[in-house]
Design a protein around this ligand. Structure first.
Ligand code: COA
Length: 259
């Protein structure tokens, strides 16, 4: 299948999906998300594929978030739809029966961090930065960041990252358990990802699929949090602070949320 915003390749049984909008720091617009979904389906359907790597082109960004320019004028209904569509795609990645590893090669902010968190493992290069900066836009994460961040780093740190919007470096992300491994350079990411996926490829695929499903089952009790996030995300699209936050970003100025 031909894609516009991603690259898709299969080599040695491993599929690689590369987000390819470097001039927009690989921001996840609707087409890009749909294409990631399409490439995932292609990889799942291909019996030759045993594992999937997901990464960003260039050395600057894995993905710097959902594409703010695309949703800045959305209303509540559109915001809810945007979030629900993203949840469906990211849930598909999380529940993929083949292992999916994010190779985080730079900024993984907002939807980029959420995309990495939906993968089964994350490997970061030294220049990677993780964060959920949505509060800067008067918004919250819309692709399950409020849920998966807690699962990965625990409540206290998740709240700190969500409420401050601060980005953390790769080493800190590793210390917190947000990433599995850190490699020094972007060029080293692929080798580490392949090492893990090729090892998993020697194991029983049915057993591997069950491990993924059962680990996901552990978190099923938090389903309401996922639903609530979709509704809350949508409701914020009618607030003045969301308008101010997104406009300020597009106008390249600091937002004024109070007074
Ligand atoms: N949505 C849409 N466009 C984005 C984007 C996003 N999430 N992140 C970056 N871009 C665009 C910029 O608008 C800019 O486009 P332009 O050249 O047409 O003006 C381009 O990508 C490069 O970004 P720029 O901001 O110039 O790079 P920088 O190195 O100065 O800053 C960041 C990098 C990541 C700190 C900054 O781009 C940023 O804060 N991005 C938004 C992060 C965010 O809030 N994500 C959550 C969204 S819900």
């Amino acid at each position: 299948m031909a894609y516009e915003n991603i690259l898709y390749a299969v080599e040695g049984g491993i599929a690689t999906i590369t987000i390819n909008r470097p001039d927009k720091l690989n921001a996840l617009n609707r087409l890009t998300l749909a294409e990631i979904d399409g490439a995932m389906a292609e990889a799942i359907a291909d019996d030759a594929v045993t594992g999937i790597l997901l990464t960003g082109s260039d050395e600057k960004a894995f993905a710097a978030g959902a594409d703010i320019s695309e949703f800045a004028d959305f209303d509540e209904e559109q915001g809810t739809e945007l979030s629900a569509a993203g949840h469906a795609i990211f849930n598909g990645i999380e529940n993929c029966e083949k292992p999916v590893i994010a190779l985080v090669n730079g900024f993984a902010l907002g939807g980029g961090c959420e995309l990495a968190m939906a993968c089964h493992m994350r490997i970061a290069s030294g220049n990677a930065r993780f964060g959920q900066p949505e509060v800067n836009l008067g918004l919250i994460p819309g692709y399950a960041g409020t849920q998966r961040l807690v699962q990965l780093v625990g409540k206290a740190k998740a709240l700190e990252l969500l409420l401050t919007g601060d980005a953390i470096k790769a080493d800190e992300a590793h210390r917190l358990g947000l990433v599995n491994h850190v490699v020094e350079n972007v060029a080293d990411l692929r080798a580490k990802g392949l090492e893990i996926l090729n090892k998993i490829a020697t194991k029983g695929p049915v057993a591997v699929a069950h491990c993924i499903a059962l680990v996901n089952d552990y978190y099923d009790m938090e389903e309401n949090g996922f639903e609530n996030e979709i509704e809350t995300f949508g409701s914020l699209f009618q607030t003045p602070e969301f308008r101010e936050g997104t406009q300020a970003f597009l106008e390249k100025r600091a937002p004024k949320f109070r007074g």
